[in-house]
Design a protein around this ligand. Sequence first.
Ligand code: FMN
Length: 171
Amino acid sequence: MSVTTLDPATFRHVLGHHPTGVAVVAGLDPDGQPVGLTVGTFTSVSLDPPLVGFLPTRESASFAEIRKAGRFTVNVLAHDQEHICRALARPAGTKFDGLDWTPSGNGCPLLPDVVCSIDCELESCTPAGDHYFVTGAVQDLRIHRSAAPLLFFRGGFGSFTGIDREATATR
Ligand SMILES: Cc1cc2nc3c(=O)[nH]c(=O)nc-3n(C[C@H](O)[C@H](O)[C@H](O)COP(=O)(O)O)c2cc1C
């Protein structure tokens, strides 16, 4: 298909065939209240220096607060945390209602029972069409739970049912 005939629905439909993990990027607003958003765009960026990245839409009110604070924690969701994914995908305001969290090493919200978390200082924020490409300099990172991740694929949620990494670790 030529780019000149591309419409948003086709873009979403085709790109939806690429599976992604699901993470919550969380920080604190100036009043110390938790803010955050669900992203499917979290990725590892660089080993030296250690950088990770994600792509928030330019309209994201939650990212605007995170940007002001200059730090965030990435919470990688497990297969049984779809409810957290949905809560943090709501418009800003009531996302954390009913959700437990504790301060991570950088003070940003760490959600319970996530697979792993990555504490970051905001390193760069580059316009990329209607999104930003944000990189974070990794300050700390931890595995909390040996659980299968939550995955998003073709508009629905699922998980990973492939090889057992621990059983094959000696290969
Ligand atoms: C599985 C999933 C993945 C998402 N990935 C992104 C993403 O990578 N970037 C983004 O800006 N929004 C993404 N969203 C939508 C945001 O979570 C949602 O628009 C945002 O939380 C709205 O709140 P805000 O305006 O306060 O930012 C995703 C939503 C879901 C359910």
